[in-house]
Design a protein around this ligand. Structure first.
Ligand code: HEM
Length: 499
């Protein structure tokens, strides 16, 4: 009897897997030429290797050769790459959706990945708050600023002797604590347990996504119960929910006590309190915090790392940057106006971002059958993206392989507004565009400028002698050198600047 049940359960599981596999395989019919298909490459080993190591070349040469959109075969399926001339078409087309794509590629429905669901939930609570309350909010600047000094003291210390940074934690730690001052507020921003949970979740989450992509799509819902990074996500989510629940209860209790005493309740200016004020918000506070960390930490930390490397490689930038920061702060005081005047720093940040950009932008899923301007049909379910290799195109950027900290400052002074860090354009679209343009880009700019201002005045930086650092390509993405050897030394207090 048991044998029969087992064999029938086994049979049904097999049928389900095969059906899923068939659906997955039949979904995968290319419309445009596949640029990484090779004769005899039955297991797609060469296709994926080429995609992982040479996506930029595949895109540039493929678009030039075919004079039409192309298809990239990626370990996660087929991706259509459109030429950059179609950027505006993508930005304005309502049959294309960014959030659907992210939900699918980043497994929003999986247990432990609820933070991803919360980030892109259909009620848009979080994204709306980022747009309306976080972007260009000058009131948060002193709070972020106050947290950076202690964070640097904690992670970077105050030794006057050159010493290596712990590249992974000493960079993410600074960004995480600066961001937490506004995401979670005073109770937990610098709390070691909370910081450990949040940073670990971000690391585990992206590792879990990579881990799952290595499995065939129909099997992922099953194997995620056993894979180590996915399991760690479930564990960390539970911890984050418990910690945040305590903070929410504490704030609710404070409000009740104040009311009983006829006093005004304490006011908080952070994302936690903004979300507590949204009527009918059903998202657990822990999920909201992890959603924010997921969107904000990895992206901003990666750029922070690249800027540190670029400044270390170009020490001639340090003095002009210090002078600009000092003048901006003394002319305007600490606030949005001063940060806006840090134009060279803005240019350096944008140029560093150009060193590690994705080779495609505007990634979207087709949610209803749609047609390109030339009439070619894009069926529902296709994954598309737009070529962004113009960032290395010599017709767009002179000497594109070189790092020039003044590049965007010069373009800005020549009247090109899109040269500001927070602007996205066809030639530099790392923040995307249209209705899904990154709502956190102003906050990222604020955070980075404040962190870098502190660092430039408080530390000297250099790469370890003989060490050269290069970003690493990984498919259409690039990551900063993961083992960069950066050394720091606390500067003598000069009294030049007091934050
Ligand atoms: C240097 C740092 C950052 C980079 C490079 C970056 C990049 C991006 C990109 C490329 C998109 C997709 C846009 C599109 O396809 O049109 C995006 C979306 C998003 N980003 Fe950022 N981001 C950064 C920092 C942040 C920060 C600090 C936050 C939060 C405070 C944030 C929150 C979001 C959210 C919520 C979305 C989804 C928007 C939507 O789906 O409508 N990002 N970001």
């Amino acid at each position: 009897m048991l044998d029969q049940i087992f064999s029938s359960a086994f049979t049904w599981t097999l049928i389900a897997i095969l059906a899923g596999w068939y659906r997955y395989a039949t979904k995968q019919r290319p419309i445009f030429p596949v640029v990484n298909d090779y004769q005899g490459d039955f297991f797609r080993r060469k296709a994926y290797r080429e995609y992982n190591q040479n996506a930029k070349r595949l895109i540039v040469e493929g678009l030039a050769q075919h004079g039409s959109p192309i298809t990239l075969r990626t370990p996660d399926g087929l991706k259509i790459v459109l030429p950059s001339a179609l950027s505006d078409w993508v930005k304005t087309n309502r049959d294309l959706d960014h959030q659907e794509l992210i939900r699918e590629e980043y497994f929003a429905g999986f247990p432990g990945f609820e933070a991803q669901y919360t980030l892109h939930a259909p009620d848009n609570i979080l994204i709306n708050l980022l747009r309306t309350k976080l972007s260009q909010n000058g009131e948060i600047i002193p709070t972020v600023n106050r947290h950076i000094g202690p964070a640097l003291q904690h992670y970077w210390g105050d030794s006057g002797i050159w010493s290596p940074l712990d590249w992974e934690s000493d960079t993410m730690g600074i960004i995480s604590r600066a961001a937490a001052s506004i995401f979670v507020g005073p109770e937990k921003a610098a709390d070691t347990e909370w910081q450990t949970v949040v940073q670990a979740y971000v690391r585990e989450y992206f590792a879990a996504v990579r881990e799952l992509h290595a499995w065939h799509a129909p099997l992922r819902r099953i194997v995620q119960w056993f894979l180590p990074h996915s399991s760690a996500c479930r564990e960390l989510l539970g911890q984050a929910r418990a910690i945040m629940q305590q903070v929410v209860q504490k704030r609710e209790q404070e409000a009740r006590t104040a009311e009983q005493q006829g006093l005004a309740a304490p006011q908080y200016n952070d994302v936690l309190s903004w979300t507590m004020q949204v009527p009918n918000n059903k998202h657990p506070a822990g999920d909201i915090q992890l959603a924010l960390a997921m969107a904000a930490l990895f992206t901003t930390t990666e750029l922070f790392r690249q800027i540190l490397i670029d400044i270390a490689k170009h020490p001639e930038l340090v003095e002009p940057l210090r002078q600009e920061i000092q003048k901006s702060l003394s002319d305007h005081g600490l606030g949005l106006a001063a940060l806006a005047k840090m134009e060279l720093l803005d240019s350096v940040m944008k140029e560093s971002q150009r060193q590690i950009p994705v080779t495609v932008g505007l990634e979207r899923k087709v949610i209803r059958d749609t047609s390109l301007p030339d009439g070619t049909r894009l069926p529902k379910g296709s994954h598309i993206a737009v070529d962004s290799t113009d960032m290395w195109n010599p017709e767009v950027y002179e000497d594109p392989e070189a790092f020039d900290g003044y590049r965007f400052l010069k373009r800005r002074h020549a009247g090109e507004n899109a040269s500001q860090f927070v602007q996205s354009s066809r030639e530099h679209n790392v923040f995307g565009g249209g209705r899904h343009i990154c709502p956190g880009r102003f906050f990222a700019a604020t955070e980075l400028k404040l962190c870098l201002a502190h660092i430039l005045f408080e530390y000297d930086l250099r790469l370890k002698e003989g060490y050269d650092s290069q970003p690493m390509a990984h498919g259409v993405y690039a990551i900063v050198d993961p083992v960069a050897q950066l050394e720091i030394r606390r500067r003598e207090k000069t009294g030049e600047l007091a934050f």
